[in-house]
Structures are given as C-alpha cells and as structure tokens.
Design a protein around this ligand. Sequence first.
Ligand code: ZN
Length: 220
Amino acid sequence: MRFVPHFTDGQAYAERLGKIVCVGRNYAEHARELDNPVPSEPLLFIKPATSAVPLESPIAAPLPHAEVHYETELALLIGEELSHVTAGEAERAVVGIGLALDLTLRDVQSRLKEKGHPWEIAKAFDGACPLSSFLPLSQVPNWSALSFTLEIDGELRQQGEGADMLFPVPTLLAEMSRHFTLQPGDVVLTGTPAGVGPLVSGAELRFTLTGGLEVTTRVE
Ligand code: ZN
C-alpha cells in the first residue's frame, strides 16, 4: 500500500510519500539513556517509503523474536527541493508538521551496532514508521516553542521540546541537504527525546503536538 502524505483536513499533499530522512541522538538526554555519546554532527539514516503506515491504525503486534521500541518524533513534510541549502532556505521549505514513531528493533540494532554494521533491518522494515497527518505550517508556532507528548495507558512516557534539540530544525535540514537532496513529499524525522521503551501488546498510545494534533492508537 502506498502512503500518501496528507494534511489534518484530509487534503493530500503529494501523490506519494518519498523517503524518510531521520536523525539519531538529537536530544542529549536520550543519547545518555542508551549510553551513546552526544554527537558533534547529526547521525543520519533513511527509512524507505515502504516503512510508512498511518499512525492512527493499530500497530501490528511486535515480532515475537524481537523487542520493538517506540521513539516518538516530530515529523516535517518537505515542500521544495533542497540541496546544499542554508538553514534559512531549509526552514522555508517545510509545509507541515506531524508526529511519527521511529519503530526500532532494539535488540537487533544493538547487535548490529556492536559489529559496526548498518542499522537498516532494525529501522527500515515494513510498518517501521507510523506517520500522522500534518498540520499546515500556518498553525504552528516557532520551532523552539514546539512541544509533543506520548502517553501510554494514561501515563506520560515521552515529552519533546523543540528547544531541546541538539540540532534545531533549520540547521538539521541544511545539514541533511548536504548529503541527500530532499524533495517535495519527503518527510524528515527529528529524533526522539528520552523515555523510549518496548511496545507491549494491548497498550494504548496517545500523542499530542502543539498546534492541535492529537492521535490515539493501540498496539495489536
Ligand atoms: Zn529515532
């Protein structure tokens, strides 16, 4: 099934989703909780369009042999081609913001990291990127005032503040554009705050984002 990025009013933005460019360790506290050093340049990776599923849909039951961790992240919908741009140019190319889960097979990732191998099978599998609809940028305050939360079964588990990002949105996008051309219909994930953990069957997840986005889903 093709994932079509759309706004909260239901209007589709592009015919189909492009790639999903992600950053690891963009919040100091999360880097520390997994015993990772705080990076001096963004640690980038890509999830394919085939990993995207609607955030509203129940999350498929975690694989029996793997530990699936949730990572709640601010998602940016890109509206212009960006290659080697400045932070200011990059900032103006964002047309919407939403939320995503960067689902991660943590035990698989740990084994790959130990060996110095790429992470793809732990991060890029089908269904690895539940993605919400997008708020048009006009409904959004400035980047540093953004805030999002994840509650699981009524308990606050993650809270992200734009102001706490090690690489703020404009800088992050400019840096990404030095390595990969970003195109309209691509999505950028901006890293997860502290509080990641395993998904458990039957759990109810509730997400909120400044600007009025609220999504509830559950784990099958
Ligand atoms: Zn992540």
